[in-house]
Design a protein around this ligand. Structure first.
Ligand code: ASP
Length: 459
């Protein structure tokens, strides 16, 4: 049995719906389909999820919202009309549902935002089920509640509850193709709660693990995963295979093709993932597996992301002070801040985090607390940092991997702000100023990939 998840661009228009129907009907193993909300049809298009957020925000701010609501309904109507579906009832229900949610949750902004956001996927799954039926498939819409996707009650940040898996397994007994909306589940007391943005990948992975699928297929709009962002390097190597650990590191640090939280359920269940292109389903795609066959390439990919900052702390004899690091991190925990890395020296320590977390008064509060409670010699925040991750399982057994990077960066005249390698040796992190990150990634790509044989890459 295969679970196939179709991302926003794969379900953005009638043309894309037709491609999905062809893909689903071409393989009887594709029994469960997870869909996103309609995404972008062209570069500057707006995703339905973003329109829904705009709608909820207008209600919360007490502003007019009829126009955006009509736009949302129009997006679905266009798809339905072009598919020549008799969708009058579906469209009326969509309108009523959005208006009902607005009146029901008006005074609970957090809930309102979540239920409205989730409706993008919900209605798209209903529409997809209608269309698949129309093409002659035995298909039905299954709500996440009926399927058994139970989650923690954290709006916009739901986490799956373990009891879901047993219920999900029962989906195996159902007939036909089941269409389940991605992106949300239900709390135990019946509230709709969404995963983080891009969370339909997470839904697909949970369902695949729950039904113990043979494969989790993740349909998107690229033929395969590239070893580096193609907007930085033209035509980079396409990967045949990548391990769960490599993918997790890469997607966390900038690869947008797969949500970084989505791997856990399939990884634990040992289910291989195949990332495929809805627009070119014949291409082999990229396999995400426990162990790659092509081990001749120590590095799988290079990812980068901007928008980080570093809180730099120094204090003479810091190394002698028991509990120093814990107290710094406690201050961050008190402020609800998560951190990425903590490179340190004997008398200094840095904490790298996403700069957006220090908005408003937080920065001053944190620096004041570190200064007074830990009596440090100096504490400051450095903004404008980019992190680059060089990721690969083979790094552990290959000598000279770090030297290759530092030599390449030095040759490109790039100053390294910091270096970090965890004990797993699956990745190396380099911190550079944001303005040089593109050049740094290019230099690293040349150093690691330019001279490699074809090996793990698809031509
Ligand atoms: N529609 C949601 C988003 O845009 C979830 C998803 O597509 O995975 O974030």
């Amino acid at each position: 049995m295969k679970v196939a998840k179709f991302g926003g661009s794969s379900v953005a228009s009638a043309t894309q719906f037709r491609k999905v129907a062809d893909i689903v009907s071409s393989d009887v193993e594709r029994r469960i389909v997870i869909v996103s909300a309609p995404g972008k049809r062209f570069k500057d298009d707006v995703k339905v999820t973003d329109m829904l957020i705009q709608l909820a925000q207008a209600v919360i701010d007490g502003k007019a919202y009829d126009e955006v609501l009509d736009e949302i309904v129009k997006r679905y109507a266009e798809i339905a009309n072009e598919l020549e579906l008799t969708a009058g009832e579906f469209l009326a229900e969509l309108q009523d549902d959005l208006r009902w949610k607005i009146s029901e949750y008006r005074n609970e902004p957090c809930r309102l935002m979540d239920v409205i956001k989730a409706s993008g996927e919900d209605h798209n799954a209903r529409l997809m089920a209608l269309y698949l039926q129309e093409t002659g498939l035995e298909a039905s819409y299954v709500s996440p509640r009926e399927a058994g996707i139970f989650v923690t009650d954290e709006p916009g940040n739901a986490q799956i509850l373990p009891e879901s898996y047993e219920k999900l397994y029962q989906l195996r007994n159902r007939r036909g193709v089941l269409v389940i909306p991605g992106f949300f589940g239900y709390s135990l007391d019946g509230h709709i709660v969404t995963f983080p943005r891009g969370g339909s990948d997470i839904s697909g992975s949970i369902v695949a693990a729950g039904v113990k699928a043979d494969v989790y297929e993740n349909f998107t709009d690229v033929d395969s995963i590239y070893c580096v962002n193609p907007s930085i390097i033209a035509n980079p190597r396409k990967l045949k295979e990548i391990t769960y650990r490599e993918m997790r590191e890469l997607s966390y640090s900038g690869f947008s093709v797969f949500h970084d939280e989505a791997l856990e359920p399939v990884y634990r269940a040992g289910i291989p993932v195949c990332v495929k292109n809805t627009n070119n389903p014949a291409a082999p795609g990229t396999w995400i597996v426990a162990k790659r066959n092509h081990q001749e390439e120590p590095i799988a990919g290079i990812a980068s992301d901007t928008g980080f900052c570093s809180i730099n702390i120094s204090k003479y004899l810091m190394n002698r002070e028991i509990g120093f690091g814990r107290r710094v991190l406690q201050i961050l925990e008190d402020e609800g801040i998560s951190y990425e890395h903590t490179p340190s020296g004997i008398d200094n320590m840095s904490v790298i985090l996403r700069a957006s977390q220090l908005e408003g008064e937080k920065e001053k509060r944190i620096l004041d607390r570190i200064q007074t409670e830990l009596e440090v010699d100096e504490v400051n925040v450095e903004y404008g940092l980019a992190l680059i991750m060089v990721v690969g399982e083979g790094m552990e057994r290959t000598v000279g991997m770090a030297a290759k990077a530092t030599t390449a960066l030095a040759k490109a005249n790039i100053n390294l702000e910091m270096i970090n390698q965890g004990s797993s040796e699956v990745s190396m992190m380099f911190g550079v100023k944001e303005e040089v990150v593109t050049n740094a990634v290019r230099a690293l790509y040349e150093a690691y990939f330019q001279e490699l044989p074809v090996g793990n890459s698809v031509k």
